[in-house]
Design a protein around this ligand. Structure first.
Ligand SMILES: *[C@@H]1O[C@H](CO)[C@@H](O)[C@H](O)[C@H]1NC(C)=O
Ligand SMILES: *[C@@H]1O[C@H](CO)[C@@H](O)[C@H](O)[C@H]1NC(C)=O
Length: 281
């Protein structure tokens, strides 16, 4: 009885066995050895990124944020996720990139390499804030993060007339809600001229621009709605035929919202007057 097995057949067995396991599962080709205490150590590390250099202002509806990060890991490839934080005091929440390109480079002898490119179209003001990516290992929960990039999405998202009452001969009002970043400048264009928030002009008075509030439940507390403002115009005596519109400016954007157009009778009266005067001249 011999203690040692003949070596050539044993090598064959090992070779065949490892070939089978390679074919049977992708795991073995994406696994290299590591240790908890000595080098090479198990874990994940940031290897490269494109984050900070894309920080700045992005146009609402037109901007495209293009960020990427790459990590090394042992023993297995890490999984990369993208996180957003609206303000520096809020918590990080996963978000969905407009499009994403993930890559894994496997190795049986060295570190695994994972990378992710995230393209985000800045279609909402609430995409303002900080972004980062995170690499995580399922095995031991070890993590690594990229640096953060901070962006601001600027422009006018919406101008809405929330409520109004414009009955000729009585007192009227218009309530408007504007969502814009940065805080917009607004003017009411009235029959008497332009009225700014906080101003009074003969027949018109405007409230100050205030943060729009929202309630999760009717009897719950109200909290300010990010990037949204509210303003109210009081019309002392609504005159028939007066036109009224709201002008909004934020960043480079300007918007005009017609609230009351001049009545047809006034237009026809004016055109008749014009025709008559041209005939007389
Ligand atoms: C994102 O940026 C990289 C590097 O600058 C570039 O190669 C890639 O084409 C960009 N992707 C898009 C969709 O703009
Ligand atoms: C961001 O704003 C859009 C449009 O107002 C809204 O549909 C979306 O739910 C908001 N997202 C978050 C995370 O608040």
């Amino acid at each position: 009885f011999q203690e040692t097995l003949p070596s050539p057949p044993m090598r064959h067995i090992i070779l065949i066995f490892s070939l089978i396991s390679l074919v049977a599962s992708d795991e073995s080709s994406c696994t290299s050895s590591c240790s908890k205490t000595s080098i090479p150590q198990c874990g994940t590390w940031l290897s490269s990124e494109r984050m900070k250099e894309v920080g700045g202002l992005y146009e609402l509806g037109e901007g495209v944020m293009n960020v990427s990060c790459a990590f090394s890991s042992l023993p297995r490839p890490s999984s990369i996720s993208w996180l957003h934080r609206p303000t520096s005091t809020s918590s990080w929440i996963p978000f969905t990139c407009s499009s994403k390109d993930d890559n894994i480079k496997c190795s049986t002898t060295a570190e695994q390499k994972t990378s992710s490119t995230c393209i985000l179209r800045t279609s909402f003001l609430n995409m303002t804030g900080s972004y980062k990516c995170e690499s995580k290992m399922d095995i031991d929960d070890s993590k690594a993060s990229s640096s953060e990039v901070t962006i601001s999405v600027v422009g006018i998202e919406s101008v809405e007339i929330m409520d109004k009452s414009m009955k000729p001969g009585s007192t009227g009002f218009v309530e408007a809600k504007i969502c814009a970043n940065p805080q917009p400048e607004i003017w009411w264009s009235t029959g008497d001229g332009l009225v700014k928030p906080g101003q009074t002009l003969t027949n018109f008075a405007s409230s100050h621009l205030a943060k729009s509030m929202e309630r999760a439940s009717p009897d719950g507390p109200a909290s300010p709605l990010a990037y949204c403002y509210q303003v109210r115009l009081i019309v002392n005596n609504v005159r028939k035929g007066d036109s009224l519109s709201l002008l909004v400016r934020s960043h480079d954007g300007v918007s005009t919202t017609r609230i009351v157009s001049s009545s047809h009778t006034l237009y026809s009266f004016l055109s008749i007057l014009l025709i008559c005067s041209s005939l007389l001249l």
